[in-house]
Each structure stands twice: as C-alpha cells, then as structure tokens.
Design a binder for this molecule. Structure first.
Ligand code: SF4
Length: 338
C-alpha cells in the first residue's frame, strides 16, 4: 500500500518523545495533494512559519500580508448575507474547501500514531479531551502495551493510572481492554479496515471508525466532530445537528476523494480561527465566503490575537508533527510547557 499514510508514518518516523524532529511522515487521504506542493508555502503558511520566530521584521511583513487578505474579506462582508440557491451554496462550499487547502496545505490528524492500532486507541482516548493531552499520554501507554494482545491482558488499575490524564479513565480503560480483546479474538489481532467491523468494537462509534479508515487505511470519510459541525452550520452547508445527517449532507457536496482532507482542513480552521465562542472573523481569510462573518471579533488586530497554534505562533498538538508542519511540536507531559 504505497500510499498508506501509516506506512509513511512508520517509514518516516520515530515516536514522539525525544524524537520530535524525526516526525511522523504524513499523511492522510489519497489527496496527497499538497504533499509536494507543500514545499511552496502559501501566504498563511509563511505567516505561521515566520511568526514562531516572533518579532522579526519579516514576521511583521508576512503577518501583514495575511491581515490584508482578511481585511479585504471583512470589507466585502460588510453587506448582509443574501439567500442563495443550492447550486450557489455548493460552488461556495467547494471554493471554501479550495481556500482552506491553500491555507492549510499541511492539514493532518492531530493525534500521534504509528499504526492503525495506535490510531484506534488514541481516537478512543480523545473523547472529551484534547488531542494534545492524548498525545502526551500515549507514549507511555504504547511503550507498555504495544499490541492488542498486550492491552487486552492489561491490569485495569494500571491502565487507568496511565490514561488518567485523558479523563473518564475508568470507562476508557474498559473500552480499550474490550476492543483489544475483540481485535485479538475476532480479527486476528489486526484492526479491520471496514466500517461495519470497526463499529462492532467496544467504545468505537462511526466517528472513530471514520478517523481510522480515513487516516490509517486511506478510505475516504468525513469526520463530524464538534468543530466540523459548528463550522458547516456557520457556512450554511447544512442545518443539521445530528452528526450522521451532517455527514450525509456534506458527502453529497464534495467528491469522495476530498472527504478526508476536507475534514482535516475544516477541523484545523475550527481550532485555529473559527472558535466556538470567539471566532477571529477579522483575521479570517475566508470571510468573504462566510454567511456568519461578524459572529466573532471583526477588528483585524484584536482578531489576530485570537489565532491559535501555528497561526498564533504557539506549539501544535502533536509531539511528532508531520515534516511539513510549519509550527512547533507540542511538549511532553510534565515539562511545564503545556
Ligand atoms: S464565522 Fe468568522 S471566523 Fe468563522 S469562518 Fe466565518 S468569518 Fe471566518
């Protein structure tokens, strides 16, 4: 499977702690799309890269370029949003996807993993916590339990202690032991590559299954998490609240080949710019395409301060980010830089 992201990761990388720069090769969908183009950074990627080295004149200039684009967008958006036909919405949605692809050519899943089993476990752990906290927890977990057989045989209390930082650790420990036993007993110790099999595993729902399929098996899928749902409703791609209905409606707008990377781009934008409570509208390059422009801060300078991760000059969520990630890796647990 030459285009397997997992294989790329394994080939490209050592694991997290202590090997941050060896990085996990990446990634994801058959939209290897920007992997090669990523060498030619976009304006915003440049901004992010430069901003991390902070107050150099270059950083100020580059940040200015992105701000101008966002400010132009903001000006265009001063008019009220007009109702549009379904066809116009689809065209606008696809344009947003293209803009996001330019903004985040390095979009990727923000969980550290080296194989489908690790991705499955990390995704189960990511419920109700941040990917960062999971990434800080899994190095010790996978060092002690590298295979489904090992994890199935784990002492529950010892496992709970290791995964405690991710919250809900009793329920999660039960799921991990249960799903590992099911992998061992029903699937020969391998993670299955079919949705209908994955959802039979304890603690694995459709969202987790799609994450694993999209990122470990190259099977296109839309991941509807809280960010994805919020943004696609703001963009009026759908009015649905139910994740399965959202998934179905968004799948109908985009070709299958875009599904996995679209999910990463939308989630990236939700985490960095279009936050739940304070979206950074004044620093958002897709403002001209957004019906919800103005829900958040529109002043460009104030909005810029709301940007997160590499766009704000902060570390990312992965301890071992892909090589093309323009930001800094996250710090291991307990280093005080969390
Ligand atoms: S709500 Fe604001 S931050 Fe979110 S996409 Fe629209 S313009 Fe951008």
């Amino acid at each position: 499977m030459s285009n397997s992201p997992v294989r790329a990761q394994v080939e490209g990388a050592g694991r997290v702690s202590g090997e941050q720069n060896s990085a996990v090769g990446e990634q994801v969908s058959p939209a290897p799309n920007k992997a090669t183009k990523a060498n030619k950074p976009t304006k915003v990627a440049k901004v992010a890269k430069v901003a991390k080295t902070a107050k150099s004149a270059q950083a100020v200039k580059a940040t200015g370029e992105a701000s101008k684009k966002a400010t132009r967008g903001a000006a265009k958006q001063a008019k009220p949003w007009k109702p549009e036909s379904h066809l116009a919405m689809v065209r606008r949605a696809r344009k947003i996807n293209r803009e996001l692809a330019e903004l985040y050519p390095y979009a990727h899943p923000e969980l550290d993993f080296r194989n489908p089993f690790e991705l499955l476990v990390a995704t189960v752990l990511s419920a109700q916590t941040t990917d960062l906290r999971v990434n800080q927890t899994t190095p010790a977990l996978f060092a002690k339990y590298p295979t489904p057989e090992d994890l199935a045989a784990a002492d529950p209390e010892e496992l709970e202690e290791i995964i405690r930082p991710t919250g809900f650790f009793r329920a999660k420990a039960k799921s991990l032991i249960g799903l590992s036993a099911a992998l061992r007993d029903n699937f020969g110790g391998e993670v299955p590559g079919r949705l209908e099999d994955l959802v039979t595993l304890p603690g694995v729902g459709r969202k987790t299954a799609n994450v694993v399929l999209g990122n470990a098996f190259g099977v296109p899928g839309i991941t509807v998490d809280t960010h994805f749902g919020r943004l696609v409703r703001r963009w009026k791609w759908t009015e649905q609240e139910d994740p399965e209905k959202i998934e179905a409606e968004i799948c109908a707008i985009f070709p299958k080949s875009e599904w996995t990377m679209l999910s990463h781009r939308v989630i990236f934008h939700g985490r960095r710019v279009c936050h739940s409570r304070k979206p950074a509208c004044g620093a958002c390059p897709i403002a001209p395409l957004c019906p919800a422009y103005g829900e958040g801060e529109t002043d460009p300078e104030k909005a810029k301060k709301l940007l997160k991760y590499e766009l704000g000059g902060y570390p990312g969520q992965r301890l071992a980010p892909p090589p093309d990630y323009p930001g800094r890796p996250a710090a291991p647990l307990g280093t005080g830089d969390e």
